[in-house]
Design a protein around this ligand. Sequence first.
Ligand code: FAD
Length: 364
Amino acid sequence: MRIGMAKKKVVIVGGGYVGYEVAKELDAHADVTLIEQCEAFVQPPATIRALLDPALLDQIVLPYDRLLKTGQVVRGRAVSVSQSEVTLEDGNVYPADFIVLATGSSYAAPFKPAGDSIDDFRKASADVSAQLAAAKSVAIVGAGAVGTELAGEIAAAQPGKDITLISSDDTLFPMYPARLGTQLKRKLERAGVSVVLGQRVEDLQRMDVPYAGSVKLTDGRVVTADLVFPVVGSKPNTALIQTLPGVNAVPSGRIKTDKWLRPSDFPIVFIAGDIADVGDGMTIVAISRQNPWLIRTLKQVLNGQAIEDQKPYAPWKMAPILVPLGPKIGNSWLFATVGDWITRKMKGKELFIPKYRKAFGLSR
Ligand SMILES: Cc1cc2nc3c(=O)[nH]c(=O)nc-3n(C[C@H](O)[C@H](O)[C@H](O)COP(=O)(O)OP(=O)(O)OC[C@H]3O[C@@H](n4cnc5c(N)ncnc54)[C@H](O)[C@@H]3O)c2cc1C
């Protein structure tokens, strides 16, 4: 940018893993506005352990006020997007040269804030934490990373509970080399977790919140538990983006993009993260690849280069994954299956909490 030239305006909607980092990294290069409906950033990977260690919540709810040096974080809900501006529910309009939509996804309570209130999120977490402490038996429906980690965290912190982890797949983590799933299963069983594979739950009563009750499996078995956790995946938040012309959703609800992460007929609008169907999973690991590309590419277009001259985004072929089972054990796939020590060092012990506190200008 030449001296005296006004900085270009970048408006980012959604201050999750995509939004906070893109805003922070472009802060010195553009006039950045980050629009976020929620009072604070919350780190979902640590919301699992917070059910066993409620004091952790104070470490993982991160206010936005120290995130940007020159740009602004605006609290509000974006309701419409045009070629040149973003409009909020309160009527305020933010002009933009470039727009990034990163509205992410929703998840069953108490693993992500359901709306804009941190008090409500804290209450949901505290309620389930108390129910979990009192429960003698727990059934976890869904054995993706969240379900598997939840089983491991409960077994590690509250041993002696009757924990059942249920998956409709025949193995844990079927997308990965078999060793990852078999090792995790063995460690869970050693910790006292019953791992039920190849069984679909026919009658999940609630998708939004844990409840006391029973679930019926495909083979007719009934599992009764003081607390049934529905952990069957993330739901992309695409209401805003669906209003753009030319948008194309896939059956999962995520939105297709061109080679440069643009989803619509508006060439200045980009998307990334959980809403974007670009060949990656709905994970922070995916975002750790998308964000550097997006930041680099936006810097080039802010400098006046054509987007079509930039290298297209290429997704992970097979993304790494870290699966702690509590703070001490676990397995990961980091282009080979690795065990407790690396999983503990990289994720299990601290859950990346210091990294995000630092990014938000907070002490450890
Ligand atoms: C319990 C749990 C544990 C997880 N653990 C891991 C893990 O260990 N590793 C991993 O790789 N992935 C993990 N994930 C997945 C990870 O959390 C998501 O992939 C990630 O949060 C997606 O980031 P995002 O920026 O796309 O969206 P989000 O993090 O969902 O952020 C979107 C933001 O947009 C805001 N927003 C939405 N609509 C609007 C609007 N209209 N106006 C203003 N603001 C809006 C929301 O309030 C939200 O803050 C986990 C998920 C869960 C639920």
